[in-house]
Design a protein around this ligand. Structure first.
Ligand SMILES: *Cc1c(COP(=O)(O)O)cnc(C)c1O
Length: 377
């Protein structure tokens, strides 16, 4: 990242507000990622998937920054997320709820100007009923299942859906959509299968345009773009496709404070269960973040932190609020109480950390805790 961050790390040895470290979210990098994805899909447009608090990075800040960049379509998963986000964005931003109409909250959805992604024939009928009862035409997106079997209108219900749309004019279908199950695997045959199915559906609903690609789908080529792409992870700097270099810019940096250092002889047990035993004299630092801060226990004896590019392996089990790292590779006295080490940054990406943890980048980002000093740049 920029020199400013490095400077503050070198000089600032305590963390403001009693936090355990700094979670830095680079809104300018986020914006550049949005621009990049937009230009790849052009003339289609890019939406932003901001579910789960924008993958843990803050839905309000992220959505406002992307709105300023020209984004007008925002997807959340749950209705509660739409209710929270609605007042944060201008009226000409549209918020879509991927999980669809929520039982009991259909009227509130219509009232709030929130667009449901309709996932079944029943939901379509319900949304029509609401529209008739309030005597207003209501917007909706129709999602079709093209082979993921998760959400969306089933193949056997398509003709009934088409019939419903022909006989009632109370729903304004903004576009139709589907979701790719294997978009991050460039070579997966499932991508072509789902594309073929999406084309059959588009032929059955010729009046409506298509939204198809998530982050990975954007990199599968133009055929997958439709009129509106729905990137999530790529906006936040995660790799959209496996097995190739990540074209996106990192958005998140995480620096954690050292809370204690010690030197121990060979044969010393480290951490819960005493599972790690030092092989020789070892210098250790305990840093102030653990699994309650989103650094999973599966990093025990596997992951690492970095200092000035030097890898500092995690030793022993990750605790709830701390973990211990081996700092023997650094000159003695380099780290002391209050020093910051890098967990995500120039030397370790979110995908690197996820790999060490046996997880995916999405899980790391959405788990980042709330005890950090969050700064938006
Ligand atoms: C989460 C989600 C996305 C975004 O996926 P990424 O892989 O993060 O780009 C897009 N569409 C739907 C339906 C989703 O559920």
């Amino acid at each position: 990242m920029d020199g400013g961050v490095a400077d503050f790390r070198a000089t600032k040895l305590t963390v403001d507000n009693g936090a355990c470290g700094y979670l830095t979210i680079d809104l300018a990098a986020l914006g550049r990622n949005y621009d990049k994805l937009s230009s790849i899909v052009a003339p289609a447009r890019a939406a932003a998937v901001v579910k789960a608090d924008s993958y843990g990075l803050g839905a309000s800040q992220v959505s406002k920054a992307l709105y300023a960049r020209g984004c007008r379509h925002f997807f959340v998963a749950h209705f509660i997320e739409a209710l929270r986000l609605r007042p944060q964005l201008p009226d000409n931003a549209t918020i879509f709820v991927l999980n669809g109409l929520q039982p009991g909250n259909e009227a509130a959805c219509a009232e709030g100007g929130i667009v449901p992604v309709i996932n079944s024939l029943d939901q379509l009928r319900q949304w029509s009923d609401i529209a008739r009862s309030i005597q207003r035409r209501l917007p909706a997106v129709l999602q079709f299942d093209t082979g993921m079997s998760r959400l969306g209108i089933a193949p056997e219900d398509r003709s009934a859906v088409a019939g419903h749309l022909q006989t009632s004019d109370d729903i304004d279908i903004l576009f139709i959509m589907s979701h790719l199950a294997s978009a991050d695997e460039v070579d997966s045959g499932q991508n072509a299968d789902q594309l073929a199915e999406m084309r059959r559906i588009a032929a059955e609903f010729p009046d409506h345009e298509v939204s198809f690609a998530n982050s990975g789908g954007i990199f599968l080529g133009e055929d997958f773009h439709g009129v509106l792409a729905r990137p999530g992870i790529a906006l936040y700097g995660g790799a959209p496709s496996g097995g190739v270099a990540n074209p996106m810019e990192a958005v998140v940096r995480l620096d954690i404070a050292v809370v204690q250092t010690r030197t121990v002889p060979a044969g010393t047990h480290v951490g819960y269960g005493g599972v790690h035993v030092t092989k020789g004299q070892t210098r250790l630092a305990t840093i102030a973040a653990g699994y309650a801060d989103g650094l999973p226990r599966s990093l025990s004896d596997r992951g690492a932190a970095y200092y000035n590019g030097v890898r500092l392996p995690i030793v022993g089990r990750v605790s709830m609020d701390s973990m211990t790292i081996d700092i023997s590779a650094l000159p003695e006295g380099t780290l002391s109480f209050g020093s910051l080490v890098e967990v995500l940054g120039d030397h370790q990406t979110v995908d690197d950390l996820a790999r060490d943890a046996g997880l995916i980048s999405y899980e790391i980002l959405t788990s980042l805790g709330h005890r950090y000093n969050r700064q938006y740049r």
